[in-house]
Write a protein that binds this ligand. Structure first.
Ligand code: AN7
Length: 350
């Protein structure tokens, strides 16, 4: 039955995507996420700051943009099983889209370093979840070799369809702003997303749909900052488990985006990240996961030109990682169920 409304990023941007004409579209209506004005950040930085809230995608992260492409292409070419390594969000997205396509899905995750919500998603969508006693980089190394031994397709961002789908985030930003922002702040883990956004902006520039290109400002967590430090990190460590990655697959894509755009790849401490995370929730009413806040943490430590247009991508939803949220706030008070007790503790004066 034909219905009106948004039908996902492939249907919306098909003419700009490398997608076969008769390909099967596997979609959960991902994309079309809001670009939310951030008044308090704007005031603090003397700029016009917007938040691209990717947590509102179907599985709660930007990964769905790439996954609709990767799974659609895989389905169109008769693939029956997909595999990925993941710090969590890729596994949640792969599990959901593979199920939608009646394919099986295997995910390798680092034991003990995946947010609760993401683990729940991968499991409830029916993926085979394998926890490895190692980190993401070790999981991806194994995944890369799997297609030589079993009939599976990789849906990590080493699969070019992932990057191709994720570039639509840039298209949506341009569709709302009418042009590129001046600065594009984004967390960097495996570096697929910064590579994808830059590809999207470049494509729209080559089509004269925008007059300028943004400075790409990528931020890694200080304990997992191989690109900034200039070498792979054997034991990456950060509270932002989503970007706990020591050897990014799209390393070159990230450095190219930064240098070609006149931007940079920087690093922010866990303290910076949690401060931005809490600021976003308390001051802007936008709840993202810790890794996502690395973009805003990056903005906090950067200079931006007065009155410039700034976009910070918030890559995943705050509900993904309830444990970190609860650890950052004081526990609610417990009282007897009486009016007087409520009045005593509710902290609203008349
Ligand atoms: C919320 O799910 O790598 O630089 O396996 O979940 O494109 O890797 C997640 C990465 C930022 C970094 N924010 O993006 C995975 C995974 C969130 C993320 C990133 C991730 P890339």
């Amino acid at each position: 039955m034909e219905v009106s409304g948004w039908k996902g990023i492939i249907n919306q941007y098909r003419s700009y995507l490398d997608f076969p004409e008769n390909g099967t579209v596997v979609t959960l209506n991902e994309g079309n996420t809001p670009l939310i004005f951030a008044p308090k950040l704007s005031k603090l930085k003397n700029a016009n700051v917007f938040l691209k809230y990717e947590g509102l995608n179907p599985t709660g992260s930007f990964k769905d943009r790439g996954m609709t492409m990767a799974i659609s292409k895989a389905k169109s070419s008769g693939v029956e099983a997909v595999v990925c390594a993941s710090t969590g969000n890729t596994s949640a997205s792969a599990a959901a889209y593979a199920t939608r396509a009646d394919m099986s899905c295997v995910v390798l995750i680092p034991d003990g370093y995946i947010a609760l919500g993401k683990l729940a998603q991968a499991l409830i969508h029916g993926a085979t979840v394998i926890q490895i006693q190692g980190n993401f980089d070790e999981a991806l190394e194994i995944v890369r070799t799997l297609p030589a031994h079993a009939p599976v397709e990789i849906v990590n961002s080493v699969n070019p369809s992932r990057i191709e789908g994720q570039k639509t985030g840039a298209f949506e930003i341009v569709d709302v702003l009418g042009d590129s922002p001046d600065y594009h702040f984004i967390p960097v883990g495996n570096a697929g997303n910064i590579t994808a956004y830059w590809k999207g902006y470049l494509q729209f520039k080559s089509l004269d749909k925008i007059t300028k290109l943004p400075k790409m400002m990528g931020f890694q967590a200080a304990g997992a900052a191989p690109i900034v430090d200039g070498h792979p990190i054997d034991n990456p460590d950060t509270v932002a488990t989503a970007i706990r990655i020591g050897n990014p697959a799209s390393w070159y894509g990230a450095t190219a985006a930064a240098s070609e755009s006149g931007g940079m790849i920087g690093k922010v401490t866990d303290e910076n990240i949690l401060e931005a995370y809490k600021f976003l929730a308390k001051e802007e009413s936008v709840f993202c996961e810790p890794a996502s806040a690395a973009s805003v943490a990056g903005l906090f430590v950067s200079e931006v030109a007065k009155d410039s247009v700034v976009v910070c991508v918030l890559t995943g939803h705050g509900l993904k990682d309830p444990d970190i949220a609860i650890s950052q706030i004081s526990v609610p008070v417990r009282i007897e169920p009486t009016l007087n007790e409520v009045l005593r503790v509710m902290n609203v004066n008349n």
